[in-house]
Design a protein around this ligand. Structure first.
Ligand SMILES: Nc1ncnc2c1ncn2[C@@H]1O[C@H](COP(=O)(O)OP(=O)(O)O)[C@@H](O)[C@H]1O
Ligand SMILES: Cc1cn([C@H]2C[C@H](O)[C@@H](COP(=O)(O)OP(=O)(O)O)O2)c(=O)[nH]c1=O
Length: 209
C-alpha cells in the first residue's frame, strides 16, 4: 500500500504551494507521486465550481441558491469519483497520493455553513481516512492578505466570518481525527516545507518501521 497525505486549511493557507513542494520532495526520493485536489478537475468538480463556488448567477437554480445539503452531496459525489478512480487505484499501486483538500474540507466548511457534523461524517464515511492530514493553520487576517483580490468586495465581511468559523472547525476536528496534525502556516514558505518534511518523516517513516 502507498501513502495518502492530505493538505487542509482555510483559503490562502498555502496548501497548493506546500502540496507541490512535498510532491517534489517525494519525487526526488524516487517515489511515484500523484498530486491531486478537491474539488477535482473532472465534470463533477466543474459542476461544483459552476453551481456552488461562483455565488453569482450561475449558482442560482429556480431563482434560489442551491441548498446546503445539495452542496454537501455534490462535494461528496465528486469525492466518490476521486476515491474510486484515482486515490484507491494509486494507493493499491504503491504510490504516494498527495491531495490538496479531501473530506476534512467538507466537515470544516459545510459544518460552518450550518450542517450537522455527524450527518457530514456519515455522508463521507465511504471515503477512506488519510494516513496523515497536514492542517496549515493561520489567522484569517493573514490568509486574506495572501489571496487579496480573489473575492468580491461586497461579500468581504461574510467571507471573513465564514473563514474564521472554518478555521475553528478545523482545530476542533484535529481533536477528533488523530491523523490531523497542525502546522503553523504563518512562517516563510521554506520553513513550513521543512516542518512538513519533519512531520512526514516522523509520522510515516519512523512509525512504520
Ligand atoms: N508561507 C507563506 N508566506 C507568504 N505567502 C505565502 C505562503 N505560502 C503561500 N503563499 C502565497 O499565498 C498565496 C496563496 O497560497 P496557496 O498555496 O495558493 O494557498 P491555498 O492553496 O491554501 O489557497 C499564493 O500567492 C502563495 O504564493
Ligand atoms: C473539497 C471542498 C471544498 N470546499 C470549498 C473550500 C474552498 O473555499 C472552495 C474551493 O476550493 P479551492 O481549493 O479554493 O479550489 P479552487 O481554487 O481550485 O477553485 O470549496 C468545500 O466547501 N467543501 C469541500 O468538500
Amino acid at each position: 500500500m502507498g501513502m495518502f497525505i492530505v493538505l487542509e486549511g482555510i483559503d490562502g493557507a498555502g496548501k497548493s504551494t506546500q502540496a507541490r513542494m512535498l510532491a517534489k520532495w517525494f519525487e526526488n526520493k524516487g517515489y511515484d507521486v500523484v498530486l491531486t485536489k478537491e474539488p477535482t478537475d473532472t465534470a463533477f468538480g466543474k459542476l461544483i465550481r459552476r453551481l456552488v463556488l461562483t455565488g453569482g448567477k450561475e449558482g442560482i437554480i429556480d431563482g434560489a441558491r442551491i441548498s446546503r445539503e445539495a452542496e454537501a452531496l455534490l462535494f461528496a459525489a465528486d469525492r466518490a469519483e476521486h476515491v474510486k478512480k484515482l486515490i484507491e487505484p494509486s494507493l493499491k499501486a504503491g504510490k504516494v497520493v498527495i491531495s490538496d483538500r479531501y473530506f476534512y474540507s467538507s466537515l470544516a466548511y459545510q459544518w460552518a455553513r450550518g450542517l450537522d457534523l455527524e450527518w457530514l461524517i456519515n455522508l463521507n464515511a465511504f471515503a477512506p481516512r488519510a494516513d496523515l492530514v497536514i492542517l496549515l493553520d493561520l489567522p484569517v487576517k493573514e490568509s486574506i492578505k495572501r489571496i487579496n483580490g480573489r473575492s468580491i468586495k461586497s461579500e468581504f465581511d461574510k467571507i471573513v466570518e465564514l473563514q474564521k468559523k472554518v478555521r475553528e472547525n478545523y482545530l476542533k476536528l484535529a481533536e477528533r481525527f488523530e491523523e490531523i496534525r497542525i502546522i503553523n502556516a504563518l512562517a516563510p514558505i521554506e520553513d513550513i516545507h521543512k516542518d512538513i518534511v519533519a512531520l512526514v518523516e516522523h509520522e510515516l517513516f519512523e512509525k512504520r518501521k
